[in-house]
Write a protein that binds this ligand. Structure first.
Ligand code: GLA
Length: 532
């Protein structure tokens, strides 16, 4: 039996077996932006592995959620299945209520504590339930953040409309039903001193010294109200320096006013990007590297609002060793993955695989504070030449990025075009068995357990005692990759499941091996055979 399954797996992997093959057909020329964006297609067919979710309800996403006492609460029950759907929640603590039509849980919790809730969803085809733990205390981001960020597609063209369209697409594409929740503005929403573009000009600050948005964002509060009304959360960006990396106004010497402003505007997430702070402190030692982040996190904690803090300083001073201590909920571990469009694949292997392994980053991430190797560079991206283009990552490299990010419990922040989500990209972003690896409540980042030249095996321990194992091939030729029980620290026979295809592969002893295409991955989860 075992040999038959191994043979079938090798045959399937080798023959490019796929559940479905579809044309990349969602390109809508009517949506081409004037003077910005020349879509190109570099592939006509791509291999979709993720099966469609069932039509009966299924509740997905995080199983544990952190909130602070007194802060506005918002969690939208992520559930796939036919609409209309009705939602409920048993044993919700006092102060919270659920909207039966859209699954939004809102309110305020007065008291600290852990609350075990049962989420419910029902439609014409069935019902689903799922345990959900609310932890009211000091720690946010108990699982890695999931959402979207504007940078790699919109860079300095971001507007209020772009953000609203992204929020709409988060709902209409179904991404919300898989747990994606943050809709984050990156750089370029503030005034740009010296710009001759009228839409970037204006008073940088108001009479109280609080930062103003530029004319592309006429009413930030209205924008976050809109994002929240969709059951989503809103993120913003600034720098501890006088200017952001793209030369817009930063928070330097106005930190308190700006944090207050972000809270008044209703933001839920802040990316704090080092940028021109490098001019303020030259050759910073560790204390100087920490100072602006400590300061901003203390200010954020004083707000009556939960604002997740993302440290962006490209890994300087081994930020992973102290990112949590200074109040970060995540920290970028390296420079920009998509610094150049052509270099994304190189960056993926360098920053995703090597920076992580060399620095043993699995030791540092965990509930409340995560390693962030940058965004998911899938779908349509800016090519930095005034055009948009499909990601230069091959389909196998795209599976590799999502698989690795989930194995290392990285934030899953997509940064491609939300208005041009094709079926292949949604298949990458919305596989619930793969996402469960990232969102596992144990929050234990995986690590590389074996490497032989171009072949790598990575493993992550899951809360239920299972292991998730990634078989990666960084080489140029298809190769067989073996995950040996001795490398995984297990002895007994294992039941193995292919997570991308969502199929059981049978039981295996001593090792599991599969043929893995160039720059590709096979991602499996394994449970000791004697367990259910
Ligand atoms: C830096 C950051 C990027 C992005 C840009 C914006 O390069 O690392 O993620 O925020 O700044 O200017």
């Amino acid at each position: 039996m075992k040999h038959l399954i191994t043979f079938l797996l090798l045959a399937f992997a080798g023959s490019g077996w796929a559940a479905e093959t579809v044309p990349l057909s969602t390109l809508d020329l009517s949506k081409m932006r004037q003077g910005w964006g020349t879509p190109q297609i570099d592939r006509s067919v791509t291999e979709i592995l993720t099966p469609q979710p069932p039509r009966a309800p299924r509740i997905n996403g995080a199983k544990v959620f952190g909130v602070r006492p007194g802060s506005p609460f918002l969690f939208t029950i992520p559930a796939t299945g036919d609409r209309p759907m009705k939602f409920a929640a048993d044993r919700l603590p006092k102060g919270l209520k659920v909207n039966p039509d859209n699954g939004q849980i809102t309110g305020v919790l007065a008291n600290r504590g852990e609350y075990q809730v049962i989420l419910r969803a029902a439609n014409a085809l069935g019902k689903a339930t799922r345990p959900f733990k609310i932890v009211c205390g000091d720690t946010l981001a108990l699982t890695p953040h999931m959402g979207w960020n504007s940078w790699y597609i919109w860079e300095n063209h971001v507007t209020d409309k772009v953000m609203r369209d992204a929020a709409d697409a988060m709902v209409s594409s179904g991404m919300l039903n898989h747990g994606y929740i943050y809709v984050n503005i990156d750089d370029c929403w503030a005034v740009k001193p010296g710009s001759n573009d009228a839409t970037l000009q204006g008073e940088p600050r108001d009479a109280q010294g609080k930062v103003n948005s530029n004319p592309r964002f006429p009413d930030m509060r209205a924008l976050t109200d809109y994002i929240h009304s969709q059951g989503l959360k809103a993120g913003i960006y600034t720098s501890p320096g006088p200017l952001t990396c793209a030369g817009h106004v930063g928070a330097y010497q106005h930190e308190e006013q700006d944090v207050q402003r972000f809270a008044e505007w209703g933001f839920d997430f802040l990316k704090h990007d080092w940028c021109s702070y490098g001019e303020v402190v030259k050759n910073p030692d560790r204390a100087a590297l920490q100072k602006p982040y400590r300061q901003i996190s203390e200010m954020l904690r004083r707000q009556q609002r939960d604002i997740v803090l993302n440290l962006c300083q490209y890994g300087m001073g081994k930020v992973w060793e102290w990112g949590r201590e200074v109040g970060g909920n995540s920290w970028r571990t390296a420079g920009d993955l998509g610094q150049t469009f052509e270099g994304i694949a190189t960056g993926l292997f360098r920053d995703g695989f090597d920076v992580y392994s060399i620095n043993q980053l699995h030791k540092f991430g965990g509930p409340g504070a995560w390693n962030d190797p940058d965004y998911l560079l899938l779908g349509y991206l800016s090519n930095w030449k005034g055009q948009t283009a499909p990601t230069p990552l091959t389909p196998n490299e795209q599976y590799t990025q999502v698989s690795l990010w989930c194995l290392v419990a990285a934030p899953l922040i997509f940064s491609g075009d939300m208005t041009r989500l094709d079926a292949f990209t949604l298949n990458l972003l919305c596989n619930d068995e793969v996402l469960e690896v990232d969102q596992d409540p144990l929050g234990k980042p995986g690590r590389r357990v074996a490497k032989t030249e171009d072949l790598e095996v990575w493993a992550k321990e899951m809360e239920d005692g299972s292991k998730v194992v990634g078989l990666f091939n960084r080489g140029e030729m298809e190769m067989t990759v073996a995950a040996k029980w001795s490398d995984l620290g297990i002895q007994e026979k294992q039941r193995v499941r292919d997570l991308w295809r969502q199929i059981g592969l049978g039981s295996f002893d001593q090792q599991f091996q599969a043929s893995v295409p160039r720059h590709g991955v096979v991602l499996v989860r394994m449970w000791p055979l004697h367990r259910p």
